[in-house]
Design a protein around this ligand. Structure first.
Ligand code: ATP
Ligand code: MN
Length: 536
């Protein structure tokens, strides 16, 4: 069986593989997609002209419903685990048929051609066939936008079929429930059914690049943001969701390369995407001016609410979800570079949002510690917004991105290790989480964004090279003892806790979590890396 390509040679000349769809909108402009969304009653403009929609039942990714087709290509190459769930080919074929029939029967569908990878040596062409106009707008914002000339001879390498309204029968389709995102590397197709969460398309493409680039092209793919200074010095910021990749990469003094997904080649760092997907919860002009101003015509805002009686978005309102989002093209950030390609990184930041309030807000890592932290991929989020849940929720996610990595983490770690060694990169650990106490204890609070920004600026400008360092007794990191723009007391987390004994207990507790998690990697790493864990 082969998957038919929906052939669209030019905008005017439609030759469609889908049978019955008699109203196919190809490559509409953002303005047209906004009009279509409003016409079908699924969106509203805010007072600034940004389109506000609801994604429906799903307001976040659904990792338990993401499947990879197990076939002769993937059987022995994909690292099957809780994030790489196998599905049989026969089910892929059933779901493909269902989606095709479903889209055939839709009164209208929206088709969009775009591509991923700003370094043209690695470009992959993507065709998105979507039930909803706003999914097409999301693709316009997030993927790279081909020119008219490039569209003339556009051949999709990958296709995404996206049908949020299609509910699957789990028994018939081999899925867990009615929604699924299914990747077939053999057919180069991503099927998305039963969920309208736009992030599924973006992270679907990220997942395939995390397979193709390291496995077939020798390029390290990374879940990180990146920006570049005036002197051409690139910085990358690894981190799990909510740790600050998007927020901290939008720095008025540096040019933005991208906010989430990058590749590191022999000689460059490049963005996979053409846009940003920023969190909106608590968004203010004062704290995040660049992102705030990007909420304008063309931007797509998801799952926010208006202040009653107005079209003013209430960014404080998390009643639909805490994961409110806005997508916009990269050039909505004033100092984004195009094409989004930079030099080999000089500085790497690992961002962790430690809700235990234990890790130092900034520390410098040795090569061994850097590898240990990369493999560990630690963050601890606040448990949730429900009352009564006060304990932080620790997460260890290898390479700061396990949900998107089809290969064994060792593959990415090995590539990063070699690159760091060859390029003499500085590696910093930044705790963007709690200080003064753990989340929920009353005394702790999230570290001020302005302080985190000041620490990153100091690291980038070499100002921390002149600082004195002390060693964290539990984790062994080198902690700078002064940093411009940051009160001296907060640099050593133990100082910020009134109850020192409570701090020591929490630090020991976290150290144990690190050690326990690392057991599964201990055999496969060098002595240097194995010894770079907590000291107790
Ligand atoms: P995702 O992978 O889900 O896109 P992300 O790593 O890009 O996540 P951000 O969107 O940057 O994460 O989210 C960080 C959130 O934390 C923002 O809402 C930001 O305002 C908030 N925040 C509060 N204090 C800080 C801080 N000190 N450093 C960074 N972010 C902070
Ligand atoms: Mn982000």
């Amino acid at each position: 069986m082969s998957v038919p390509t929906i052939a669209i040679p030019t905008q005017k000349l439609l030759k469609i593989g889908l049978k019955a769809a008699n109203n196919i909108h190809y490559q509409l402009s953002p303005k047209e997609l906004i009009e279509d969304t409003i016409r079908i009653g699924e969106g509203t403009l805010n007072d600034g002209g940004a389109l506000v929609i609801n994604t429906g039942e799903f307001t976040g990714r659904s990792p338990k419903d993401k499947f990879t087709v197990k076939d002769e290509l993937t059987e022995n190459t994909v690292h099957w685990n809780e994030f790489n769930l196998p599905i049989e080919e026969k089910y892929f074929e059933i779901i493909l048929k269902k989606i095709t029939q479903y889209l055939d029967a839709c009164e209208e569908i929206w088709v969009r051609d775009s591509y991923a990878c700003a370094d043209k040596r690695y470009r992959i062409n993507i065709r998105l066939i979507a039930e909803k106009p706003w999914t097409s707008l999301f693709a316009y914002n997030m993927f790279l936008r081909p020119t008219e000339a490039e569209l003339e001879n556009f051949n999709p390498d990958w296709q995404i079929l996206c049908a949020p309204g299609l509910k699957l029968d789990p028994k018939e389709c081999g899925t867990r429930q009615h929604n699924a995102a299914v990747i077939s590397f053999k057919h180069k197709v991503i099927l998305i059914a039963g969920t309208g969460y736009t992030g599924e398309t973006k992270k679907g493409i990220f997942s395939i690049l995390n397979y193709v680039l390291p496995h077939e092209k020798g390029v390290l793919s990374m879940h990180c943001s990146a920006n570049i200074g005036e002197k051409g010095d690139t910085a990358v910021f690894f981190g799990l969701s909510g740790t600050g990749k998007t927020t901290l990469s939008a720095d008025p003094n540096r040019k933005l390369i991208g906010d989430d997904e990058h590749g590191w080649t022999e000689d460059s760092v490049f963005n996979f995407e053409g846009g940003c997907y920023a969190k909106c919860i608590g968004l203010t002009e004062e704290k995040e001016p660049a992102i705030y101003k990007a909420v304008r015509p063309g931007a797509l805002v998801e799952n926010t609410k208006f202040i009653p009686g107005t079209n003013k978005i209430n960014f404080e309102d998390g009643s639909i979800t805490e994961n409110t989002r806005v997508s916009y093209p990269l050039h909505f950030i004033p100092n984004a570079i195009e094409p989004s390609v930079g030099n080999t990184p000089k500085n790497i930041f690992f961002l962790t949002c430690d809700a235990y309030g234990v890790l130092p807000p900034v520390s410098k890592l040795t090569a061994g510690q850097a590898m240990y932290q990369f493999i560990s991929g630690y963050t601890a989020k606040v448990a949730g917004t429900e009352t009564g849940i006060t304990e932080p929720k620790p997460t260890f996610s290898a390479c700061f991105g396990a949900p998107f990595l089809p290969l064994h983490p060792a593959k990415y770690a090995e590539m990063l290790g070699k690159k760091m060694e060859r390029n003499k990169v500085n590696v910093w650990l930044i705790n963007t989480g709690w200080t003064g106490g753990a989340h929920g204890t009353g005394s702790g609070s999230r570290i001020k964004l302005s302080y985190t920004r000041a620490m990153i600026t100091a690291a980038l400008e070499g100002k921390l090279d002149k600082s004195e360092y002390a060693f964290d007794p539990v984790f062994g990191f080198a902690v700078p003892q002064d940093c411009p723009g940051v009160p001296h007391e907060i640099l050593n987390p133990r100082n910020t806790w009134t109850n020192k004994q409570a701090y020591d207990e929490r630090a020991t507790f976290l150290a144990e979590l690190f050690k326990k998690n690392f057991l599964k990697y201990a055999d496969g790493v060098s002595k240097e890396i194995a010894a770079a864990g907590p000291k107790i």
